[in-house]
Design a protein around this ligand. Structure first.
Ligand SMILES: [Zn+2]
Length: 238
């Protein structure tokens, strides 16, 4: 989509992370979602004192052990929990969805009034969150349709996820095609967003996916290297 000359794109960034609170009282967890915009310089956005991140919602986390109650099963709970999450997401995304105005006028900090096009540009979360938000199986990739067995090792040869087709399959209740693509039979809240393909919202979480991943890989490599040369104890003793 090309923006009219003189208008401003406001790319919205969402961040979410399930936070473990306690091991008591049924493993308490919180699932906060924060929002910011890409027009703010990253060095300003990253400062806690700039308050550039706004808490938007605490998404529901299903309680444990419900399946032990009569008439409930783990599968039923998972299904209902996913549906509730997507109803909430649809509500939250409402003001920037295809049901809202295409653009708004806003007065900026420099007192200039600009025509703004608000579009969701990214949703940063870990793999499990992406699976819930994109309504795909936990064993599948949110960006492409690589088979489960190749997850973690796949290249770029697999077909990118096309949610336009998924939407059609959900309307037709084509469970066979959906299952083959690793998609759940559910009306996805991300389908209400304008001008984006949900697969493009997924970006790596630099801290967890990259930095911690590199450290873990490096430690495995160093430990293996020292073990092969029988130097691990000597290394630990120093
Ligand atoms: Zn992939």
């Amino acid at each position: 989509m090309a923006l009219p000359v003189g208008s401003t794109l406001v790319p919205v960034i969402f961040v979410s992370n399930v936070t473990h609170l306690t091991n008591f009282f049924g493993d308490g967890k919180l699932w906060p979602v924060y929002m910011s915009i890409g027009n703010i310089l990253s060095r300003i956005r990253q400062k806690p004192t700039s308050h550039a991140w706004i808490p938007v919602v605490l998404l529901p986390v299903a309680p444990k052990g419900v399946h032990k109650k009569a008439g409930w099963s783990a599968a039923k709970q998972e299904r209902e929990s996913l549906e509730i999450t997507h109803v909430l997401l649809k509500f939250i995304l409402g003001p920037i969805s295809d049901a809202a105005e295409d653009s708004i006028t806003a007065r900026y900090g420099d007192r200039v009034v600009r025509k703004c096009y608000i579009r969701v540009a990214a949703w940063l979360g870990d793999h499990m969150e992406n699976c819930t938000i994109h309504a795909i199986y936990n064993t599948r990739c949110g960006i492409c349709e690589c088979p489960t067995a190749e997850l973690g090792n796949h290249g770029h040869s697999n077909r990118r996820r096309d949610h336009v087709i998924y939407k059609q399959w959900v309307q037709e209740e084509d469970t066979e095609q959906l299952k083959a693509a690793g998609v759940k039979l559910l009306w996805n809240a991300l389908w209400t967003l304008r001008d984006i393909s949900p697969a493009n919202l997924i970006w790596p979480d630099l801290l967890y996916n990259m930095f911690l991943g590199i450290v873990e890989y490096l430690m495995d490599w160093i430990e293996g290297f020292l073990t092969v040369h029988n130097r691990l104890n000597a290394f630990d003793d120093t």
